[in-house]
Design a protein around this ligand. Structure first.
Ligand code: TYM
Length: 337
């Protein structure tokens, strides 16, 4: 089993990232057998596919590293690094560009969402982004990729690239790449915006009120949850009653995910209650969960040298782990080196 996943260092870690992905990273790390390592990285190379500010990229890379450690990623157990210190990712992407098809990339919904109406003005990097993501996982013979629902399409593409490459350039008994499986938490694979239950909670939403950040203090969490969009109906007593009520469903899903119970369990307790009672209970639960994370985060941020050392050490290990697959890829393609 080889577990690999990444997160873009743009903005701050939010509840969607945490419940949809990072919490699973920590669980998988803690369940790993002796001698096995998970790899978790800051996708800083991906972050330049949208307009970006270099100073902000640096700040966000260090802060996101601190946030991951605060959430429970243990740099002694797992390999924690940023892509920019492991050139193998960009190298492998170029090699895979020969295998990835324009038609496959044209179908990626994230490209359509992020480029919007301005397709011609989008960066080439935004278009080829999923090939880099394929390189990220294929480089390490990854078997499992813990991600939220929105990344599943990119993982499908990574599988398609691996399969075509193996078919075209390797023999059946000695494939170059392993086909990775995405894994999403059953409940929290899609946490939605607090302002609009049809949009995912996202770092790039201009409204801060749309997301809970992991560093929000109790007052901020209370304010955001109280202002969260809802409907005037009380909560139903069964999950079927949440159909057509995306904002209510989202808040109940968050409550369920944070306390590790099912939506029906939450409704058994709060069915029939209005949001006037449910929202403060949710805000309190969230504040309690976030308190230890944000205090550890603030502590870690005071030691820049320690953060640099974590990333340098992780990158060195990642380079070592990625080398054999990168060499095998060059060899399969017929390069003289
Ligand atoms: P990113 O940085 O957008 O998000 C990091 C992780 O958080 C999950 N996530 C969510 N889950 C549930 N609800 C939400 N509202 C929500 N928002 C985000 C994402 O699914 C993701 O798991 N392209 C990736 C980064 C990446 C990567 C990779 C991931 C680069 N290379 C290789 C896995 C493997 C991204 O932009 O994630």
């Amino acid at each position: 089993m080889r577990v690999v996943s990444g997160i873009q260092p743009t903005g701050n870690l939010h509840l969607g990232n945490y419940l949809g992905a990072i919490r699973n990273w920590v669980r998988m790390q803690d369940e790993m057998a002796e001698g096995q390592e998970c790899l978790f990285f800051l996708a800083d190379l991906h972050a330049i596919s949208m307009p970006h500010d270099p100073a902000e990229l640096k700040r966000a890379t260090l802060e996101m590293t601190a946030a991951l450690v605060a959430c429970g990623i243990d740099a002694q157990k797992s390999v924690l690094f940023n892509q920019a210190q492991v050139p193998h990712h960009a190298e492998l992407q170029w090699l895979l560009n020969g295998t990835a098809r324009m038609g496959w990339l044209n179908r990626m919904t994230q490209f359509k969402d992020k480029s919007g109406k301005n397709r011609e003005g989008a960066s080439v990097g935004l278009f080829t982004y999923p090939v880099l993501q394929a390189a990220d996982v294929l480089l390490y013979q990854t078997t499992h990729v813990p991600v939220g629902e929105d990344q599943k399409q990119h993982l499908e593409l990574a599988r398609d690239i691996a399969q075509k490459f193996n078919n075209d350039f390797a023999s059946d008994d000695a494939p170059v790449f392993t086909l990775p499986e995405p894994i999403s938490p059953p409940q929290a694979a899609r946490i939605m915006s607090l302002r609009d239950g049809s949009k995912k909670m996202s770092k790039s939403d201009p409204s801060e009120m749309s997301r809970i950040e992991l560093v929000d203090d109790a007052d901020t969490v209370m304010k955001k949850v109280k202002k969260a969009k809802t409907d005037p109906e009380p909560l139903p007593s069964e999950s079927a009653g949440l159909v057509g009520r995306p904002e209510a469903l989202n808040l109940v899903t968050i409550y369920a995910a944070v306390s590790d119970i099912s939506v029906d369990d939450v409704l058994r307790e709060y069915g029939g209650e209005g949001f006037g009672k449910f929202k403060p209970a949710l805000a309190e639960l969230l504040a309690e969960t976030l308190r230890p994370i944000s205090s550890r985060f603030n502590e870690l941020l005071t030691d820049r040298e320690a953060l640099d050392a974590i990333l340098a050490r992780g990158a060195s290990r990642a380079r070592e782990l990625g080398r054999p697959t990168l060499d095998a890829t060059y060899a399969a393609l017929g390069f003289v080196r």
